[in-house]
Design a protein around this ligand. Sequence first.
Ligand SMILES: Cc1ncc(COP(=O)(O)O)c(C=O)c1O
Length: 341
Amino acid sequence: MGKAKLKEAIDLTREVLGVPAEYRIGIVPASDTGAMEMAMWSLLGERPVEMLAWESFGAGWVTDVVKQLKLDARVHEAPYGEIVDMTALDYDRDVVFTWNGTTSGVRVPSGDVIPADRDGLTFCDATSAAFAQDLPWGKLDVTTFSWQKVMGGEAAHGMLILSPRAVARLESYTPPWPLPKIFRLTKGGKLIEGVFEGATINTPSMLCVEDYLFALKWGQSIGGLDALRARADANAAAIWAFCEDRDWIGNLAVDPATRSNTSVCLTFTDPRITDGAVFAKAVAKRLEAEGVALDIGAYRDAPPGLRIWCGATVETSDIEAMLPWLDWAFAIEIAALTEAA
Ligand SMILES: Cc1ncc(COP(=O)(O)O)c(C=O)c1O
């Protein structure tokens, strides 16, 4: 019964995301972090690595690879609001990157730059992109995400999606470091197929599984991936239009092609603002106190500003109802600043 539910979650994930039949989909421990670390610890080390980071989560994977695994890695970093030039990478190495920078509001615009005939594997942390953006499966060998992001499910388990080439690596290469049971995907040099059929490595939360199933069925009922993506697009577009009409607020994403439609990150650009962090915090606090928006301050490591979640579970009418309050809070805070000056 429990295993059938897990298998249903795998099958529905495949259906909604359009994952090719020959790709494995597994439910693994410890959310997106668990899935990414399990993949890196199980697959990396066979060849040099290109590590890409444009915000805090990607930076975390760099730390894993450089400081913990101590691999031969070339690190490519872009400041918050930008992404790395992905045309300048060696795809015969393994490449590890985040599709959508949740804390910086940028995303990879497309997978076109990734060559189909690469020798290395691509590792894509797709949390906050899966179910809202196009993931080009043919260009991705390892893809991970968690349930609590675009589908709004309960946080618990990670999703690990492997291409046939990733499976071939697992079955032909054994990393030189020890692997705890919780990371092990092979036994006797063979893939543990059960993990990809609902036989999880350790005990899963069936409450969380039910919640994910509910979210997936809701996604299907409104029209599947296209509809989910359209909802995120409409939410983000409402905020972008708001910013275009004002000269005091703008998108943190420098290149419009890289603007995220899920985690929209904004900065205050009014030259009268002397301390951006204090100003942004005051605006976010005002909106929270009025019951208008919760927790919309920028992520703690990101440049000061606002981060407004626009994933598919958010109604565009709610975003539109919130935006005039931003005008209101900005006006009060800027008046207080100019009075004090
Ligand atoms: C891009 C990205 N990677 C990793 C994580 C960590 O995810 P989890 O808490 O599911 O492990 C997040 C969480 O927001 C994220 O946005």
